[in-house]
Every structure is written in structure tokens, then in C-alpha cells.
Design a protein around this ligand. Structure first.
Ligand SMILES: NC(=O)C1=CN([C@@H]2O[C@H](COP(=O)(O)OP(=O)(O)OC[C@H]3O[C@@H](n4cnc5c(N)ncnc54)[C@H](OP(=O)(O)O)[C@@H]3O)[C@@H](O)[C@H]2O)C=CC1
Ligand SMILES: O=C(CO)COP(=O)(O)O
Length: 324
């Protein structure tokens, strides 16, 4: 089987190297020709310092699709639709779609599987969990969750001695957990920017998990999924890691205050800043209480003072229900 990976950022390349280590055929599509040429020549990418790129890249979508049996999605969620428009006529070539991207589309409030089903009638799986590209590319032991079709086949082909794949039958839960933990990691970064307090971070992560579960259950996700690698596992790593783009964005917004200035200086994508828009819009529409997401939105997009957000979160009416 030939794996064609859409997206030549850190995760697309780290995952490509992983598949190569497992003796799979891999080709990665990148949107910028100069970047693709540079990586092919130097075997290096600015997205992953000190890592050798062991897979070829192409900018040519025809070459990419003629090669591909298993289409792997590793582009930021807001751009998936744009890329699919260009490749939808190749549906007959694709045996299976494996999604690695974590987010919710702003304009439709759709998960990746829902975007995929608008374009392709092809089996779909999603792989998610605590898996920073920098560590996977360095072959650091990592465990993740896989949900969807052909899971046994994928589990075997992707697992190795540094990458262990567990399975789940809850595609919705895995997708929602992966998308929402990015929003929560921005909140964790905001706390780090304010003072890096341990008590506050533990409280935030615990309440974040509760908020993720509430949102997920609205769509029929299973609570247990959030207690596994795709949920609490990814929440822990993203809220605490020095590698996390989302956590770093939270830290930066406290220091620099101006989101547009931060974005001008950064090439990497923090999916949570987009997902939070979809989550806040949707949760307000249907009446799900999402206090942490709301404050992240206010801080990023309405310039709210993070200290005021924290104070308001602490001073909300006390809960009179039993909580975990
Ligand atoms: N990095 C990680 O550790 C992990 C990331 N993920 C998920 O993987 C997905 C990809 O993230 P990641 O690899 O980290 O990205 P990076 O932040 O490393 O790089 C951004 C990537 O997005 C591409 N990109 C930006 N704009 C567009 C566009 N308009 N159309 C197509 N591609 C575009 C960039 O291309 P260009 O170079 O041309 O600008 C680059 O390849 C995200 O959903 C992320 O949440 C999941 C697990 C781990
Ligand atoms: O999903 C990730 C790790 O599991 C990557 O998170 P960041 O995008 O915040 O770096």
C-alpha cells in the first residue's frame, strides 16, 4: 500500500518518517514548491530541527494522487476543504482516508470526518492522542488512539517499538477530544503566561476535561473516550509541553496581547485558535455551558484581560451538582 500524506508540516513529515521506519511507501504533498524542493535536496525541514526527512515530497498533486492508495490528512483543518476541492475527482483511486488533523471547521462547525464525507465515499479512520511530532520524529516512545474503518490493518501497519496504537470505536469522541484539547492548551498557556501556578493548572485541566466531555456528549461521543489517550492523554501533553503550539500561543497572548502580531511572527499552526470560534458559536447556539472556551475566545479575539477572565471564572456562581 502507498501512503500519500497531504501536508508537509511537522506532523506530516514525522508521520511519514514513522511509516518509512515501518517499511511503507510514502509520498508527502506540500503546497509550496520552493519548500518542497528545498526539503528534497537538504533532507531537512525548518519545522523539525535536527531531524532527517526520510521521505520524498512533491508539489505535484497529479503525481501525488497517482501514487496514493491511503490518503493521510495532515493539513490544518481550516484548509482541508480547499485541498479536497482540488483532489475530489481522484476518489476512485483512494482506498482509505486516515486523518491526523485536530480541529473543527469554523464556517460549517464540522469535524474532519464530516468534511471528508462531503467529498468522498471512502472508508475513514482518525488517529489522535499525545504525539508531538518533535518526539515521534526522535523515536521517543508514544501511544495513540485509532478509531474508524480498517482499524486492525492500520493498527498493525502503524505500530512499532516506539509508536503504539490502541483502538477505539468512537470516531466522534476521538475527533472532538483532539479538537477541544487544543483550545484548553491555549488556556493552559495563558495560565503559564500569568504565573505558571500548579494549583491553577491542575484545576484548569480537570475542568477542561469536563467541558470537553460535555461538548462531546452532545454529539454522542462516549465519556470513556475522554479518559483515554485521545482525551486526557493529549490534554496532559498539550497543556504541559514545551513543544505545544497551542500552549505557546496562550503564553504569548498574555505577553504580547495582540493576536495579529503573534501570527505575523509564527509559521506554525495553533489549531485551537480556530476551533475555539466554532466551539463558542456552536455551544452558544445549542446552550452548552463552555466557560473556559468562552474566556479563551474573549482573550484572543476581544482583547480581554486574562487576569479578569481568571477572576470571573473563579467567581461564577458555585455549583450545586455532584461533579467529578
Ligand atoms: N505537530 C504536531 O505535533 C501534531 C500536529 N497535529 C495536527 O496536524 C495538523 C498539521 O499540523 P502540523 O503538521 O503541526 O503543522 P505545522 O504547524 O508544523 O505546519 C503548518 C503546516 O500547515 C500548512 N499550511 C498552512 N496553510 C495551508 C494552506 N492554506 N493549505 C495547505 N497547507 C497549509 C503549512 O504549509 P507551508 O509550510 O507551505 O506553510 C505547513 O505544512 C494540525 O491539525 C495539528 O493539530 C496532530 C498531532 C501532532
Ligand atoms: O496534538 C498535538 C500533540 O498531541 C500537538 O499539539 P500542538 O499543535 O499544540 O503542538
Amino acid at each position: 500500500m502507498n501512503f500519500g500524506i497531504l501536508g508537509a508540516g511537522s506532523w506530516g513529515i514525522a508521520f511519514g518518517n514513522l511509516l518509512r521506519d515501518n517499511s511503507q511507501n510514502v509520498l508527502i504533498w506540500g503546497r509550496r514548491k520552493e519548500y518542497v524542493n528545498e526539503v528534497n535536496q537538504t533532507k531537512r525541514t525548518p519545522y523539525l530541527k535536527n531531524i532527517r526527512v526520510n521521505v520524498p515530497l512533491t508539489h505535484d498533486l497529479n503525481e501525488f494522487l497517482n501514487f496514493t492508495d491511503i490518503l493521510v490528512i495532515a493539513v490544518p483543518v481550516q484548509f482541508i476543504r480547499e485541498v479536497f476541492e482540488k483532489i475530489k475527482q481522484f476518489e476512485h483511486k483512494i482506498f482509505l482516508i486516515l486523518n491526523l488533523s485536530k480541529g473543527i471547521e469554523i464556517k460549517t462547525q464540522k469535524r474532519v470526518s464530516e468534511i471528508v464525507s462531503e467529498f468522498f465515499n471512502v472508508p475513514y479512520s482518525v488517529l489522535s492522542g499525545p504525539s508531538h511530532a518533535e518526539e515521534v520524529a526522535s523515536k521517543i516512545p508514544t501511544a495513540v488512539t485509532l478509531a474508524g474503518e480498517h482499524y486492525e490493518f492500520l493498527q498493525k501497519i502503524i505500530s512499532n517499538d516506539y509508536f503504539r496504537v490502541y483502538i477505539s470505536n468512537d470516531v466522534v469522541g476521538v475527533e472532538i477530544a483532539g479538537a477541544l484539547k487544543n483550545v484548553m492548551a491555549i488556556a493552559a498557556g495563558i495560565l503559564d503566561g500569568l504565573g505558571g501556578w500548579d494549583n491553577s493548572k491542575a484545576a484548569l485541566m480537570t475542568r477542561a476535561l469536563y467541558e470537553m466531555i460535555k461538548f462531546g456528549q452532545y454529539f454522542g461521543a462516549k465519556k470513556e473516550t475522554f479518559f483515554g489517550l485521545a482525551g486526557v492523554g493529549d490534554l496532559m501533553v498539550t497543556c504541559n509541553s514545551k513543544h505545544s503550539r497551542n500552549r505557546k500561543l496562550g503564553e504569548l497572548i498574555v505577553k504580547e496581547k495582540d493576536l495579529s502580531k503573534i501570527l505575523t511572527n509564527s509559521k506554525m499552526v495553533a489549531e485551537g485558535m480556530y476551533t475555539v470560534k466554532a466551539v463558542v458559536d456552536f455551544s452558544k447556539k445549542v446552550g452548552i455551558e463552555m466557560p473556559i472556551s468562552n474566556e479563551v475566545y474573549e482573550i484572543l479575539y476581544n482583547g480581554k484581560d486574562p487576569k479578569l477572565s481568571m477572576l470571573e471564572l473563579m467567581n461564577r456562581p458555585l455549583k450545586n451538582e455532584w461533579y467529578i
